[in-house]
Design a protein around this ligand. Structure first.
Ligand code: ZN
Length: 233
């Protein structure tokens, strides 16, 4: 049995497995990153805050203006001499005072909201700059990943061709043995002898086993520990 060729096939299969894993890893990293999504969400939250604060500020300003007009109207009435009744005058004055206090509160609110909005706008500017950086870095990494994926796809196609040419030169028996063993042994059917040990399970091999494995045209020799075909070339 051509153990050297089976070993060659094993190396090709191991490389194909590595390439498949790397491609799977690349595909997991393709698409939007958590960082990109989080940064974009932060921008959106702040943008909504700015909008809400702006609406609130506008509302407070309009309330202040309305109160101002009502105060003026009441003051005109007070000065007009139309109201003679003392109680009515008192009530009108009290109402003016109350509206002035209200207006003062509303104006404070508008000012505070304006300041909050300015802070939020500043934050939004910073977050947008960060987002632009994150997007640029992400785009660069995506391009690199896409190029890497393309490279591995070409590599995979080459390995597949190599595999076909190796299997074409193997006997049906050898290929069947390899395939069965590969399925049972986690994709690794052939181990090499490295410093007197099995390269897969690392168990030291008896010298008789190594000697048998060196007989090139002999029957396959198996690792006594893990049961894989040994290649001693
Ligand atoms: Zn072994």
């Amino acid at each position: 049995m051509d153990i050297a060729r089976l070993y060659e096939l094993q190396k090709i299969d191991a490389n194909m497995e590595k390439v498949r894993r790397r491609v799977a890893q690349i595909r997991r990293n393709l698409g939007e990153s958590d960082e990109l999504r989080a940064t974009r969400a932060a921008v959106e939250t702040t943008r909504a805050t700015v909008e809400r604060l702006h609406a609130h500020q506008l509302d407070a300003e309009l309330n202040g203006q309305q109160l101002g007009e009502r105060i003026k109207a009441s003051e005109r009435r007070l000065m007009s001499g139309e109201v003679h009744n003392a109680k009515e005058l008192e009530a009108l004055q009290a109402s003016i005072e109350s509206m002035k206090r209200q207006r003062s509160q509303v104006e404070d609110d508008a000012m505070a909201t304006f300041q909050q909005r300015e802070e939020a706008e500043q934050r939004l500017t910073e977050q947008r700059a960060t987002l632009a950086q994150v997007e640029a870095a992400w785009q660069t990494s995506q391009t690199a990943l896409q190029q890497e994926e393309a490279k591995y796809k070409r590599m995979y196609a080459q390995l597949k061709q190599q595999r076909e040419s190796v299997t074409a030169r193997l006997s049906a028996d050898a290929l069947a043995l390899y395939t069965q063993l590969s399925e049972r042994k986690a994709g690794v059917a052939v181990a090499s002898v490295q410093n007197g040990a099995c390269s897969v399970c690392n168990v030291s091999l008896p010298t008789g086993v190594i000697a048998n494995a060196r007989i090139i045209e002999g029957a396959p020799v198996y690792c006594p520990s893990c049961g894989r075909i040994l290649f001693a070339g």
